[in-house]
Design a binder for this molecule. Structure first.
Ligand SMILES: [Zn+2]
Length: 499
């Protein structure tokens, strides 16, 4: 193996043009599995949500789930696809212990939805991502390797299989290759998955939780020199957060550029993204579609959605996230640039919910783009995972507006909320952080400040009211910022007979 010096990202995208593509798997939130009546809820005792069909027992016959077909058509319509008037399921043949039938029922050359697009905005630029296909298939079970340190098969003493997930309806959404992304390729990949997630959530077809695996993303990346043909692509599997999508593309661009610069060749393979190291590691060499010996599924009738039903589904689609954002932008009174920073921070929904919980848009934006964004950035996590809910942020702002907290104390309270100490009110009370505006409690501190600063006090007595600021500062210091500054000022002026 040749050792190479890694170019930095800027050098990589200056020398090469990246082409990306994304394959996304979405677990549908139907009540029952794709081809049987087993329930689909997450987290049951292993192998309790199974039946002869999803266990692949002899003689069991599948029946397609209408709710899953409807959800897939709605996804296709939301992604501007054509809906097939006739298509079939196909058997994808391979062995893996988590797949009891030894084949997966999927779709091959006759997908339900084809040839759509999704527009995403990156840096004020609209990029149209072509959608190759949206098809319906069934999920596999889950294999658990135990006894080893890493949870991987290497070093494990035994492997356990849970078939509860086997047969849950899964929609695969495949983009066309996206050329011309240039240095923005990682951001475009992330923007696409974000927009797709928002669309799926809006449709109510899935809970789209990347960390729980109900939305899983594989990222294809290749590099070519300007003017040359597209390079060999690698597929980075199961990237499980929006942030990781961006990181995975970036690191794969840097890695491939290093290989190519040193005269090496890119191998077509699957790779795995590591959250810890931020780079990709080789997996298996990539199979070709022909390796799976696809053939039409003989146990299921073809799908022929009634065009009138499809039109009814189209007419009932919810507002697209783009349109929804435009409305919010107007309601919040934000410029395009301000709205873009809200979108880039992943804060649209959080601000929307904070406003719904009673805060003004300005206050909600201040918290989510300020203190909380800083915190998420520091910890390298998504804003939504920062540990404060929209309702808590709204409550915090209510305490500020009501004069119970000032901005500085509110930030301390927020720390406590994030640390899991409870609601803002509970943290404020437990830590004794409320603003002190009770004159009785403040008089002693005021008198002390006056006594300690006779020169300043004299100036104020002579009518130089502006000098009172120094005394207010002294009181704030002795009360550790908890005094209500306005009350302190009034008290000082009163004591010095200056008002
Ligand atoms: Zn079943």
């Amino acid at each position: 193996m040749t050792t190479t010096t890694l170019p930095d990202y800027d050098a990589a995208v200056a020398a090469f043009e990246p082409v990306i593509g994304l394959e996304t798997h979405v677990e549908l939130g139907t009540n029952t599995k794709m081809f049987c009546g087993c329930p689909t809820d997450f987290g049951g005792e292993p192998n309790t949500r199974v039946c002869p069909v999803c266990l692949g027992l002899p003689g069991a016959l599948p029946v397609a789930n209408k709710a899953a077909i409807e959800a897939t058509i709605r996804i296709g319509l939301a992604l501007n696809c054509s809906i097939a008037t006739w298509c079939r399921f196909a058997r994808k043949n391979y062995f893996y212990p988590d797949m009891p039938k030894n084949f997966q029922i999927s779709q091959y050359d006759e997908p339900l939805c084809v040839d759509g697009y999704l527009d995403v905005e990156v840096d004020g630029r609209t990029v149209r991502i072509g959608i190759e296909r949206v098809h319906l298939e069934e999920d596999t079970g889950k294999t658990l390797h135990v006894g080893g340190a890493t949870g991987r098969i290497h070093g494990a003493t035994e492997s356990l299989v849970d078939y509860n997930r086997a047969g849950i309806p899964l929609v695969e959404i495949v983009t066309k290759p996206v050329p011309g992304a240039g240095a923005l390729a990682p951001e475009i990949a992330r923007a696409y998955v974000t927009e797709l997630r928002d669309i799926l959530r809006g449709l109510g077809v899935s809970d789209v939780r990347m960390e729980e695996g109900s939305l899983r993303c594989d990222v294809n990346t290749s590099l070519n020199r300007p003017g040359e043909e597209w390079g060999t692509r690698t597929e980075t599997k199961n990237v499980n957060s929006l942030r990781s999508v961006e990181r995975a593309v970036r690191s794969e661009i840097i890695r491939q550029a290093a290989v190519l610069e040193s005269g090496g060749r890119i191998i077509q393979e699957t790779r795995h993204f590591s959250e810890e190291t931020g780079d990709t590691r080789p997996g298996r060499s990539k199979e070709e579609a022909t390796d799976y010996r696809y053939f039409p599924e003989p146990d299921l009738v073809p799908l022929a959605p009634d065009p009138q039903w499809v039109e009814e589904l189209r007419a009932a689609l919810p507002e697209a996230p783009r349109v929804h954002r435009k409305r919010l932008q107007e309601a919040w009174g934000l410029s395009d640039l301000d709205m873009r920073s809200v979108v880039n921070a992943g804060a649209v929904e959080l601000i929307e919910q904070t406003v719904a919980a009673g805060a003004t848009a300005a206050a909600a934006r201040k918290w989510w783009l300020g203190e909380l964004a800083r915190r998420a950035n520091e910890d390298g996590i998504e804003l939504s995972a920062v540990g404060a809910t929209p309702a808590q942020v709204a409550e915090l702002q209510t305490l500020v507006d009501g004069g119970k907290l000032n901005d500085k104390l509110a930030r301390v309270v927020l720390e406590g909320v994030i640390a899991g100490e409870g609601s803002p009110t509970a943290v404020m009370e437990a830590r004794g952080l409320a603003v002190v505006s009770d004159t009785g409690a403040l008089t002693a501190a005021v008198d002390e400040a006056i006594a300690a600063n006779p020169d300043v006090a004299a100036k104020v007595r002579d009518g130089k009211v502006a000098a009172a600021g120094a005394l207010v500062g002294a009181v704030m210091k002795t009360t550790k910022g908890q005094a209500d500054a306005k009350t302190v000022r009034e008290l000082i002026l009163e004591r010095l007979g200056a008002n």
